[in-house]
Design a protein around this ligand. Sequence first.
Ligand code: PRX
Length: 628
Amino acid sequence: MVTSFKKYQEEYQKSIITPIDFWDHQAQHFVWRRKWDKVLNYDFHKPEVQWFIGGKLNITENCIDRHLPSRAHQTAILWESNDPAEPSRRITYQELAKEVNRVANMLKAHGVFKGDRVCIYMPMVPETAFAILACARIGAVHSVVFAGFSAGSLADRINDCGCKVVLTADGAFRGDKKIELKSIVDEALKNCPSVKTCVVLNRTKLNVTMRAGRDFWWHDQIKTASDFCVAEEMDSEDLLFILYTSGSTGKPKGMVHTCGGYMVYTNYTFKNVFQYKEGQTFWCTADVGWITGHSYILYGPLSAGATTLMFEGVPSWPDMGRFWHVVEKHKVNIFYTAPTAIRSLEKAPLSFVEKYDLSSLQVLGSVGEPINEEAWHWYDKNIGKGKCPIVDTWWQTETGGIMISPLAGITKTKPAFATLPLPGVQPAIMDESGRELTGNLCEGRLAIKFPWPSMARTIYGDHQRFKDTYFSTFPGRYFTGDGCKRDEDGYYRITGRVDDIIIVSGHNLGTAEIESAIDEHSAVCESAVVGFPHDVKGQGVYAFVVTYDPVHEEGHLRNEIKDVVSKIIGPIAKPDKIQFVSGLPKTRSGKIMRRILRKIAEGDVSNLGDTTTLLDPAVVDEIKRGAM
Ligand code: PRX
């Protein structure tokens, strides 16, 4: 483990000069059924990347079994309910082993074997963690879909990778709401021919319809399942999971992650970034439906033998002090959340924080979007009491693990800077013409020059799209889609997406996907969606909508459009602002000039740049006048 800044510098140098030796050494700390023959094969032009070639392992033996001799009775998963009155659950490593094996055997009984895809559409309960690890145990590929997505989005994801089984629950608690998960699954499964089985956990006691022959209750199935299951032997490069992320065009991309490299890298980054120490309680507030949950609620902490807290609820219920209540109750030592949560909690009276004893906290983290300086200072002062280092961690679904980040207490931090690359990570800032910018002070697009073990290997079923999206902008390099500045100290500051993805409350949304949902409304002729600065969500969704006929009741139509988007994608994608316009600014070749719409949405209409190439420049004045 890196324990000083000097060591970080040495380790970084080593990892760049001799990356093979560096990762060979890191990978020794795990249980392998067979050691790898070669550390790395790669060609960023194809692109092709393989790590720990020929190595055989099972990630659950590393996350569970190997801990049993020393920490069978230590809590592995500490679960906190949505409802503060419901008792917490502590699942020891021993219990985790049994529960995972039971679910693994339940899956096997339904004909799930190595390589089969299993969709997990579940609430934040321990059974979801068991399900994910159970898939890994038997070599099935999990595809977790965030339980806030609509039936249509769920069906698209199930069909894209041909899932055989869906694991779900009757419903999910979210603050004072109950989400009817099973009925969303029922709707989705009308269009999912590959799904033969659906297993339903009883969480909310909602009335659900069970289809004979397809639907089974979890508690019935688990009763007869043995708690012993031999872990499947996996190749380093066998698929571990698929996780969908929005694209700037077209449907979501099923990012493929494989076993060996992902395990090594999530473990390394968990321990080093958070400077995890034996016995600490770690809480990552993400949902397991996102990569942050995969890597830093489950695989990273469990492979390190940590106690990981899993929280079912939301920060605002029963009141804005809930996070801080949980920190006090469970004496959380490391707390990792998203800027959007910090900003919303910052708006609540400070009494919600001051009521609780936060003295257990030692390290704070941030992830998912740029953290503004104000939120950073609020977090530092009021939550960390000026004594907890903040790690602003930059990474992506595609990168599998944290890439640019301070090491807690080791790297000197600067508000809003992700600071320095982790060992093994070779960033490059590129200009528009594809040249690498050298020297410290510069700004451009962020690319990565050399492979790291947890990088996505492909987009499921569409390798060409993988190449086009990530390896074609700067041939021979991985393009992140993010803008980035480097300051006089060589520190990196991520400035945001440079493509048509917007990050709303930490969730990636493709503008094209929202537009096609809006266009489904029968009154809508066409639409264009851009992001705009939002003081809590980071960015909000701004839709410019052209209707076939003049709009009489704008408020009514706005609500209908929001409902359509919510139904097609999910509530997270609902536009915050909808402006009805008679036309969109287009070039003579028919391309929408998003640059202009972005400026208008940002409220910056003074300098819209050159509009002379537009087909109808008058439309811009009309849009400016009606801007919201
Ligand atoms: O734009 C960057 C932003 O989130 C994107 C990745 O989103 P996703 O795949 O959903 O993964 C989020 C959790 C890892 C990035 O391309 N992003 C993530 N972390 C940061 C960030 N932007 C600025 N600072 C960060 N710390």
